[in-house]
Ligand binder design. Structure first.
Ligand code: SF4
Length: 346
C-alpha cells in the first residue's frame, strides 16, 4: 500500500509548504481579490447547519487524492475528552446535522459514542465512509450499527469501473467498495422508503473539473444497477482540491498551474456565495476549530476574533465569523461549485 506524504517525508506533508506553493500561483489571480470583485470579500458565515467532526487521520486506505493525507501510518486521533467537548458544544445549539469524517472515522474508538450521543440529542448524523472499512473483521457489526442509528452514509466512489477507481484508491478498492455497497443495499440503504440514505461522491481521476452532477448521477445509477445490481440515493460531484496528495500529483505531473488556471477561469460568484464553510463548523481531532476540512488540513484555524478551540465554543460568535480564505478556495467556486454531499447541504 502507498505511503502517506508524511510517511514518505515529502516536503508537501507540511501545510506551510503547501501554502507556499498555493501563494505563488501564477495561473490565477489571488482568490481574495476575485472574491472582492464579486462583492463577497470578506466572506462571512451565514449560520451553522453542519457540525463537522474530523476524528483523525487513521485510515485503512491510502487514496491518491486524499486531502487529509490519511493512511494506516497516521496516529492523530480524537480522544474521548475532546469528543465529549464536541457533544457538550452541540447540546448548546440546535445545529441539525453532525458530519463525522476522518481518515476512516469508524476506526476511531469514539466514533460510535459520538453517533449515539448525537442521535440522543436528536441530530441527523452523516458518516463519511470509504466502504472497504465495512469489510474489516474488527468492523463486522458496523453496518448494523449504522442502520440502528439511522446514519446517513456518504461514500466516495470515483467511478463505476474498477480501473479508474483502483487507480485512485488502490488495487482491489473497487471490488471492496462494491461488496460494501451490496452489504448496505441488503440492509435497506439506498432504496426509497427505508429512510436509510446512501449517497455517493464522485471526484475526477485527473486534473480536470467534474462534469455536471445530473449527467454523471444518471450514468452512475444506470451502470451500477446494470453491472452490479446496486442502488443509491444521490451522487454528489466534488472538485479535487489543490492541496495535500492531489497537490503533489499536480506538481509532479506538471499540471499545477494549468489546473489552477482552469479553476480560476471557472470561478462562479453564485457558487462562491454558497460555499459550505458559510454553514459548516469543522472540528479537528485535537479540538481546534476551522471553517472547513480543507482549511483544517492546511492548518488554517478560525481567525478574526472568533474562538478557535471547542473548549471555547461560542455559537453566537461562530455563526457570523469571518472565514479564512486562500487560493485553494478556487476548488470550491469553480463551475457549479463543489458539493461535499449530505442530506442537509443547501
Ligand atoms: S476551501 Fe474551505 S474556506 Fe475555502 S471556500 Fe472552500 S469551504 Fe470555504
Amino acid at each position: 500500500m502507498a505511503l502517506t506524504l508524511l510517511g514518505r517525508h515529502s516536503p508537501l506533508a507540511s501545510p506551510t509548504e503547501q501554502l507556499r506553493v498555493l501563494d505563488q500561483t501564477t495561473g490565477a489571480s489571488a482568490f481574495d481579490a476575485r472574491l472582492a470583485q464579486a462583492g463577497l470579500f470578506p466572506l462571512h458565515a451565514t449560520g451553522i447547519a453542519v457540525f463537522q467532526i474530523n476524528v483523525g487521520k487513521l485510515c485503512n486506505q491510502t487514496c491518491r487524492h486524499c486531502h487529509v493525507d490519511a493512511g494506516p501510518d497516521r496516529k492523530e486521533s480524537m480522544s474521548r475528552e475532546t469528543a465529549a467537548l464536541c457533544i457538550q458544544a452541540l447540546a448548546k445549539t440546535d445545529i441539525p446535522a453532525v458530519d463525522i469524517t476522518g481518515g476512516a472515522p469508524e476506526l476511531n474508538q469514539n466514533f460510535r459514542w459520538l453517533v449515539e450521543q448525537s442521535r440522543a440529542l436528536g441530530r441527523h448524523v452523516m458518516d463519511r465512509c470509504n466502504l472497504s472499512v465495512l469489510l474489516l473483521p474488527s468492523q463486522s457489526d458496523l453496518a448494523e450499527f449504522l442502520v440502528q442509528h439511522q446514519v446517513e452514509i456518504v461514500a466516495s466512489l470515483p467511478y463505476y469501473r474498477a480501473a479508474q477507481t483502483d487507480a485512485q484508491r488502490g488495487d482491489g478498492a473497487f471490488e471492496k467498495s462494491i461488496e460494501g455497497l451490496r452489504l448496505l443495499n441488503a440492509l435497506g440503504y439506498g432504496s426509497g422508503g427505508t429512510g436509510l440514505l446512501l449517497n455517493l461522491v464522485y471526484n475526477p481521476v485527473g486534473a480536470f473539473l467534474p462534469p455536471k452532477q445530473e449527467a454523471i448521477e444518471s450514468q452512475f445509477r444506470r451502470e451500477l444497477l446494470k453491472r452490479h445490481g446496486i442502488s443509491f440515493n444521490h451522487l454528489y460531484t466534488i472538485t479535487n482540491m489543490p492541496i495535500s496528495r492531489f497537490l503533489e500529483f499536480l506538481v509532479e505531473s506538471g499540471n499545477y498551474e494549468g489546473y489552477m488556471e482552469r479553476l480560476a477561469n471557472a470561478f462562479n460568484p453564485a457558487a462562491a456565495a454558497g460555499v459550505m464553510c458559510r454553514y459548516t463548523l469543522s472540528v479537528g481531532w485535537d479540538g481546534r476549530l476551522y471553517d472547513c476540512d480543507f482549511n483544517q488540513m492546511l492548518d488554517l484555524p478560525i481567525d478574526h476574533g472568533a474562538p478557535n478551540h471547542i473548549r471555547n465554543f461560542d455559537p453566537a460568535q461562530l455563526r457570523q465569523r469571518q472565514i479564512v480564505t486562500r487560493n485553494h478556495c478556487y476548488g470550491c467556486t469553480a463551475g457549479s461549485g463543489s458539493s461535499c454531499g449530505g442530506a442537509v447541504a443547501p
